[in-house]
Design a protein around this ligand. Sequence first.
Ligand SMILES: [Zn+2]
Length: 63
Amino acid sequence: MLFLEVMIEILEQNQNEYYRCPECMHVYELKEMARGCEKWCRNHKGCNLEIISESVELGQIKI
Ligand SMILES: [Zn+2]
């Protein structure tokens, strides 16, 4: 489990934390979502539309 957590990049913005899937670069408010996305992307070589619909726009959080 630990190595999966390392793969998820944590972004900080206004004291909030966001989590980025390293495979598709979508950003999530919940680590569990980013982890699920990363797992899906890695296994399927593509994104799950239901998962990425939960992602937040990078432009909105201004890294
Ligand atoms: Zn992904």
